[in-house]
Every structure is written in structure tokens, then in C-alpha cells.
Design a protein around this ligand. Structure first.
Ligand code: URA
Length: 235
């Protein structure tokens, strides 16, 4: 693939902007400055390049995990808070990365993002029930009746069928671990409310077989490798 197309596909701007970046001597591969937009590179093995001294690897599709802090909306066009896209390099937004499902602005933890439409659809489709593990800090102590209600199913306002948690465990007096398969609007908060308690803080810890990496501090993101993508699909 030629250098201009490589930069374009990775979100460095329009074709014209990518040509200008290359012509200005801002791109290096293997330490060498390249100024020819038509220079070709095989993409069979990973291609690493630098733009303005920053390292990148060519990726046909982008898959990433963000440790979402509170106070960020999962939208490019946020209404009241900052956007999670402010936490990512602009190249990722330009190449069309989107949130894989949404977390509320006050929810923290694991958020996946990708520009692979099939992947986004697979993980957000109501048909494909991917387990998601949340930690909810509750206002009142959790009791057995609440846990049983969450496991057996609670009727959410405006729904005709009850929503049941795949698993509900008490980790501490007011700390609930809840595994849900669906991703309805305010799902966990509404379920906990229907069970007679209230969520004060919510954190997503895991999706499928992939857990938020302990090394990823709030606001940080990382690329997902093949093994992590396989773990995600492991339910
Ligand atoms: N359930 C909620 O209530 N909020 C979230 O952000 C995610 C799941």
C-alpha cells in the first residue's frame, strides 16, 4: 500500500492533508524520513511508522479499550459533559472509531471502541447476549431478597418482560457484582432500583471474557491484541 493511503486509512486526514504531511518530511519509517507519497509498503508484517515523532502501527481495523472516567459522555456530540473522544488521539475519531455500546456519563470502567462495523454490531446487538460484569455501590445495604429478585428477574418500568441478572453477588455490605446480558438504557440502575435499592456508583469490570486491565488507569486507553479479542468473544 502506498504511504499516502496508509496515512489516510489510519485517520491522518484527507488524501491532500496526508500528501502534505509526507511532503513536509514529518513521516519516518525505520528511522528514515520519507517524502514520497507513492512509496509502497507491504502490509504482511506489522508496519510501524512515526508521524511528528509519535509512533504508530498500521492497523486495518481499530479495536481499543478505554478505562472511562466519570463525567464523560459516550457521544461525539455531548450534551452536558466532555466526550470520551477527547480522551483519544484525533486520528481515531477521523478514522471512524465509535463506542461499542454506551456507558452513562457517571459510569466508570471498561468501554470498547472500534471502527469495525461488524464488531460493533456483534457486541451491541440485543440478539447476541454478551455478559457484562458491573460493580455497583449501593445506597443501602444489600440483602438476600434483593439478590434473589435480581437473579429471578425484576420488571423495569415500561417493559413487559422481567430482566434477570445472569449472576448477582454481594462483594461487600454495599457492593454488588451484577452480570447482565442485555444493554438497555440505565439497565443496572433500573434493575437495582426495581429490587429496592439504589446505585450510587457504577463501574464496568468485564465484557465477555475480557477484564479491564489493572494497568489501565482512568482515562487511559489501549489497543486490543488478538488474544484480547479472542477473550472478549469467550463468554
Ligand atoms: N447500566 C446502567 O444503568 N448504566 C450504565 O452505564 C451501564 C449499565
Amino acid at each position: 500500500m502506498d504511504l499516502e493511503r496508509i496515512l489516510f486509512s489510519q485517520g491522518f486526514g484527507s488524501r491532500r492533508q496526508c500528501r502534505a504531511i509526507i511532503a513536509a518530511g514529518r513521516v519516518r519509517i525505520g528511522g528514515e524520513i520519507l517524502t514520497d507519497p507513492a512509496a509502497g509498503f507491504p502490509l504482511l508484517s506489522p508496519l510501524d511508522f512515526e508521524v511528528d515523532g509519535e509512533s504508530w502501527r498500521y492497523r486495518e481495523k481499530a479495536y481499543l479499550a478505554l478505562n472511562k472516567p466519570a463525567g464523560y459522555e459516550c457521544s461525539r456530540d455531548p450534551q452536558h459533559h466532555l466526550s470520551v473522544f477527547h480522551l483519544l488521539p484525533p486520528q481515531l475519531t477521523t478514522r471512524g472509531v465509535q463506542c461499542v455500546g454506551r456507558l452513562d456519563q457517571d459510569t466508570t470502567g471498561l468501554l470498547l471502541l472500534s471502527d469495525d462495523g461488524a464488531f460493533v454490531h456483534a457486541f451491541t446487538s440485543p440478539k447476541r447476549k454478551v455478559p457484562k460484569v458491573y460493580l455497583a455501590t449501593t445506597r443501602h445495604p444489600i440483602d438476600d431478597a434483593q439478590l434473589a429478585a435480581l437473579r429471578d428477574g425484576v420488571l423495569l418500568h415500561g417493559e413487559s418482560k422481567p430482566s434477570a441478572a445472569l449472576a448477582a453477588h454481594q462483594r461487600d455490605e454495599r457492593l454488588l457484582e451484577l452480570t447482565v446480558l442485555e444493554g438497555k438504557y440505565h439497565q443496572v440502575k433500573r434493575m437495582v432500583a426495581a429490587a429496592g435499592n439504589r446505585v450510587e456508583k457504577l463501574h464496568r469490570e468485564r465484557i465477555g471474557g475480557f477484564e479491564l486491565p489493572a494497568t489501565l488507569t482512568e482515562g487511559q486507553w489501549c489497543w486490543l491484541d488478538e488474544a484480547e479479542l479472542a477473550a472478549l468473544r469467550r463468554e
